[in-house]
Design a protein around this ligand. Structure first.
Ligand code: MG
Length: 421
């Protein structure tokens, strides 16, 4: 009979992000990492929500057969949270969760956070990333080296949150005493190669030393993203248990925020600032039109409330009422058409903007409707800070021109390769 005899868990903001949107869980027999995404605080809330639900699995006495059900429950929680709050709209999170049983490890995952197994000095990846680039590599359209350096490697194809139901990959692996399991977010694997991860794991006899070394190596390589590592060692039932008994529940033991030295304040950030720009091109809508329609309804409906004491004016009043009713109906229909056109436009158009100080691709159109309805959401955030752009680059990138998905990706690729100049 096997069990976890040592564990360590660390999460770090990295060197370029301002906030840590990763979350983790290290409570035997469940271990997990989640890497959240979304504007403002949404990414943090998404990953935290998922981890909180996974934590309930420990309290419920989770069995491996119910691991997928638990991940689906986490998905529903993130999905419902983003439906309930417009500020959280479009948020999502990866999750990779491992259950340590008496003889087997069960791994369930969605997204590009990974699980690895170190046995006899060699590292084996236990998960297939649900990412655009990894899918292209698996189908033979990219080599492993091209995939590792691809600028779009952080675009994921599956996440908890966007849809009410999610497909979860689950696999089981036989365990042996001495195995080391690593769960990590892409902030580790996008910064250092697997060969380096193997070396660092082999160099340290203790997992907390190994965990700190992995975080330090990812930061030394640039630390472009949040970095999370969860490590556990498998042993026999009689082995010493120095860390597990007194281990923190899901400790954010280390959260060193290095942050950005400066961000470009002159460019409005769409996550926090409402932006109404320009006139809408064909197929899009203009927020000004909506306001004009609403204003037109104002003066017409107001006289209905005022009482007119003179009897000779009754017919006039009745005609006015009919006109007001017709105008109200017209406004309602116009708003309906505008809303539908807006919804349709947000499905097929993209633009480039700034998200949390970084160059990003937004899906939708760069307008806000009244009552805080946004017609856009960030779908990809690059590692390029707005503050690193020249004035002419900012002007060119943040022109809010509507683009196709491919066009936006090509433009971001050029920025990431510093080819824009
Ligand atoms: Mg990440």
């Amino acid at each position: 009979m096997l069990r976890v005899v040592e564990q360590a868990a660390f999460t770090d903001t990295g060197r370029q992000r301002r906030a840590n949107e990763d979350a983790m869980l290290a409570r035997a027999p469940l271990y997990a990492v989640a890497d959240g995404m979304g504007g403002a605080k949404a990414g943090e809330i998404a990953s935290r929500t998922a981890i909180d639900i996974l934590g309930l699995g420990v309290e419920d006495g989770i069995v491996k057969a119910r691991l997928v059900e638990l991940v689906r429950r986490a998905n529903r929680a993130v999905h419902e949270a983003q439906l309930a709050d417009a500020d959280l709209s479009g948020m999502g999170t990866t999750t990779t969760v491992a259950h340590v049983g008496d003889e087997a490890l069960t791994v369930a995952h969605v997204g590009d956070s990974r699980a690895y197994l170190l046995r006899d000095g060699s590292l084996r990846r236990l998960t297939d990333d649900h990412s655009l680039v990894e899918e292209m590599r698996r189908s033979g359209r990219l080599t492993a080296e091209e995939a590792a350096n691809h600028p779009q490697r952080s675009i994921i194809t599956r996440a908890l949150g966007p849809d009410p139901v999610v497909e979860v990959d689950v696999r089981e692996f036989a365990l042996q005493a001495g195995d080391v399991v690593l769960l990590c977010s892409d902030g580790l694997t996008s910064m250092i190669p697997e060969s380096r991860i193997t070396e660092l794991l082999k160099e340290s006899s203790r997992l907390d030393t190994a965990g700190r070394a992995l975080i330090a190596a990812a930061n030394a390589a640039g630390g472009r993203d949040n970095i999370t590592v969860v490590l556990l060692r498998i042993g026999g039932i009689d082995d010493e248990d120095p860390t597990v008994a007194g281990a923190p529940a899901d400790a954010d033991e280390q959260a060193t925020q290095v942050g950005l030295a400066a961000t470009g304040a002159s460019v409005p950030d769409l996550d926090t600032a409402a932006t109404v720009a320009g006139s809408g091109s064909a197929g899009t809508i203009d927020a000004h039109e909506v306001r004009a329609a609403a204003e037109a309804a104002g003066p017409v409906t107001q006289p209905l409330a005022a009482r007119d004491p003179r009897p000779g004016r009754r017919k006039q009043r009745s005609r006015r009422r009919s006109r007001a009713f017709a105008a109200t109906i017209a406004v309602v229909i116009t708003l309906g058409i505008v809303a539908f056109a807006g919804w349709a436009a947000t499905r097929v158009t993209y633009f480039v903007g700034s998200s949390q100080g970084f160059v990003a691709i937004y899906q939708g159109v760069p307008y806000d409707l009244p009552f805080g309805v946004r017609l856009y959401k960030p779908i990809y955030r690059s590692g390029v800070p707005t503050s690193s752009l020249s004035a002419s680059e900012r002007e060119r990138l943040y022109d809010h021109q509507l683009r196709s998905g491919q066009d936006s990706q090509d433009l971001i690729k050029a920025v990431e390769r510093e080819e824009l100049r």
